[in-house]
Design a binder for this molecule. Structure first.
Ligand code: INI
Length: 181
């Protein structure tokens, strides 16, 4: 059985600077998300002096600024933080849908990881729970996703991939065994 290479970004301290774009709309939610994001970056070896934070009016404005930041090539990754709460109107669908599509485009069109840390919830309570109360902090998870993506992309070099983890013979596809992950 031939060995198989697994490419997977880890959470080791990543190189470079990071940008965070954060929406002021629903600030009582986005501020704790931002704090969670900063704290997790610090735990993962990215000190505050390697972070730039850009505030925008609402989640709808996040993609443009995220893209502009990514295009500077000064950042290893850009993290987007916002909170869209469903209201009585269809505004939610427009804001949430365009924010998600715009973040994805900013990432795929620049080749820089642009992380979607924008909550989309039915209620304020759900949003607060995901901003550190009962259901973790999605800002912290976004910082982790950024670090993992930077480390993964650093394994993928032009002209060929670099081996990350070698799966021992017998654990590969078709072996009927898993790594227990
Ligand atoms: N912006 C948000 O970030 N979250 C929301 O829940 C929201 N709602 O519900 O309206 C919201 N609207 C503002 C929008 O993002 C823009 O800032 C605004 O439309 C100006 O372009």
């Amino acid at each position: 059985m031939q060995n198989m290479n697994i490419l997977e970004g880890d959470l080791s301290p990543p190189p470079g600077r990071f940008a965070i774009v954060v929406a002021r709309f629903n600030q009582m939610v986005t501020e704790p998300l931002l704090n969670g994001c900063r704290d997790r970056f610090a735990r993962l070896g990215v000190s505050p002096d390697r972070l730039d934070v850009a505030w925008v009016p609402g989640s709808f404005e996040i993609p443009l600024v995220a893209r502009k930041l990514a295009e500077t090539r000064q950042y290893s990754a850009v993290v987007c933080i916002g909170c869209v709460i469903r209201g009585e109107t269809s505004h939610y669908d427009h804001v949430a849908g365009q924010a998600a599509a715009g973040v994805m485009q900013a990432s795929t069109q620049t080749g820089i990881p642009v992380i979607f840390g924008i909550l989309t919830t039915e209620t304020v309570e759900q949003a607060l729970n995901r901003a550190g109360l009962k259901a973790g902090n999605k800002g912290a998870e976004a910082a982790e996703a950024a670090v993992e993506m930077v480390n993964l992309l650093n394994l993928i070099q032009p002209g060929g991939t670099t081996m990350n983890t070698t799966v021992p013979a017998g654990f590969g596809v078709g072996s009927g065994r898993s790594q227990g992950r």
